[in-house]
Design a protein around this ligand. Structure first.
Ligand SMILES: [Zn+2]
Length: 448
């Protein structure tokens, strides 16, 4: 790969000191940041390519630790419902009706939105069938991802959508063998039992065992999202959700739980002791009327919190800007105006996401030796602060910016978005193909 010089206006490093650098540039070689120095100390002619982003703010790419690419086609088709009805009436029947082509179209639309919105790394909960297609698309798109086949072997909510325990485990194992650490380590495997209500205890426990065979892989599931859900979990297991996970030994620093809204004191202690990670999805939590997770408390307890948009039908966007803004605002009426400050939220969206995934040595901040997963933002617009300096740069990003301000995106030093446009996907093409596949899928749903 060629050597690149990126001339930056401002660099928000998200390093340990929280350095914000003005008048600096970045050298990138073989996908890694090799040097960060004052712009005048670089000589441009030794680089193969020079990008002049001196009007832009360069930030680390966002890390979303809970998304469902397979659901992008269903955006706007499952609104104004609570979790269990939302799954029963729409999401499970739709996911069940995916074929390879509809799943491919869904993944493309999701990855397009994520990349053009500045998200460079995701943890995706896949779907039960055809998961190979999602991996193919993750690999070819250039995004960084952890993903895995969604595992469901019990399903009282929508009984058709489940499979044999052994098949689920064997297929997950073979996908992990094929895709964990593929694309030069850009793609990793995350085992994905859906949630307690759709998984047998045998599945939950055996999946944990096989996950340990793949160093650097993750265990990704949902927990404690909705009151009806935790009531049903208690009926099934006799315990609260996180207590139950702890009792069967599936928690730990490789486990990421989406949501963690309805938890008791004992469960907070368990999360802390086991170093289990919480992925906070504020839009989805509000839209499904699930509740507001006590994120300030988790942070006080040093429990890992990162952010995700969850699925397009429960959000209905995949924008990290929306999640950051909401993560900050929803806590303020409860915990006061200084809770969830802009800088705190920005760290959750970047370095804390990287830590949750266990790849903080590689991504999550702009530092020499790290991978060049970079985003250039244009903060020079009438809807943004007129003066942006070190004192309010996080505010400008969290409270006044959106995906439309994302101009340039790089993953592993590869240029994926230029001037706000995807260099990977043709926007019209994926839109029309998605529409066609959705219509076919809805016919399959109606005929079942
Ligand atoms: Zn989810």
């Amino acid at each position: 790969m060629s050597s690149i010089l990126i001339k930056a206006g401002t660099i928000v490093t998200v390093n340990n000191n929280g350095d914000i650098l003005n008048g600096f540039s970045l050298a990138v070689e073989n996908g890694k940041i090799t040097k960060i120095d004052k712009t005048e100390n670089f000589s441009e002619d030794v680089f193969d390519v020079v990008y002049d982003y001196s009007n832009y703010v360069i930030i680390p790419g966002f890390v979303q630790t809970h998304v469902h690419l397979c659901q992008t086609l269903f955006r706007g088709l499952a609104d104004d419902l609570e979790l269990l009805d939302w799954l029963r009436k729409h999401i499970f029947p739709y996911e069940f009706s995916h074929d390879e082509e509809s799943l491919r179209a869904s993944a493309k639309l999701g990855i397009y939105e994520l990349l053009t919105g500045g998200t460079t790394t995701i943890l995706d909960m896949g779907t039960m069938n055809h998961q190979q297609v999602v991996f193919d698309e993750l690999i070819s798109s250039g995004i960084r991802a952890f993903a895995g086949k969604c595992m469901i072997d019990e399903n009282d909510i929508f009984p058709d959508f489940k499979e044999d325990t052994k098949k689920s485990i064997e297929e997950s194992y073979s996908l992990a063998r094929e895709f964990h650490n593929s694309a030069n380590g850009r793609i990793k495997y995350a085992f994905a039992p859906r949630f307690v209500l759709s998984c047998s205890e045998k599945l939950l426990i055996e999946t944990r065992e096989i996950q340990k065979d793949f160093a650097g892989s993750l265990y990704h599931t949902h927990s404690s999202e909705n009151k009806g859900e935790i009531k049903a979990v208690k009926e099934k297991t006799g315990m609260e959700n996180i207590e139950y996970f702890n009792s069967i030994g599936v928690l730990g620093n490789k486990t990421i739980l989406a949501h963690g809204i309805h938890v008791n004191e004992k469960e907070i202690g368990i999360l802390k002791e086991t170093d289990t990670k919480i992925s906070h999805c504020p839009s989805a939590n509000l839209k499904l009327a699930s509740g507001i997770a006590n994120i300030p408390r988790y942070l006080v307890e040093n429990i890992s919190v990162s952010l995700g948009a969850d699925g397009p039908p429960c959000n209905n966007n995949l924008s990290m800007f929306t999640e950051m803004r909401l993560a900050s605002l929803i806590q303020k009426p409860i915990h006061g105006p200084t809770s969830m400050r802009a800088e705190t939220v920005f760290r959750l969206a970047t370095i804390e996401g990287a830590k949750a995934l266990g790849i903080e040595d590689e991504i999550g901040s702009i530092e020499e030796g790290k991978k060049a997963d970079l985003v250039a933002l244009d903060l020079n617009n009438p809807e943004q602060p007129l003066i942006v300096d070190k004192s309010n740069i996080y505010s400008a990003i969290i409270y006044s910016s959106s995906s439309k301000h994302v101009k340039e995106v790089f993953v592993d030093g590869k240029h994926l978005v230029s001037n706000g446009k995807s260099l990977v996907y043709d926007k019209d093409d994926i839109f029309h193909k998605g529409k066609k596949e959705l219509n076919k899928l809805l016919k399959r749903v109606a005929n079942k």
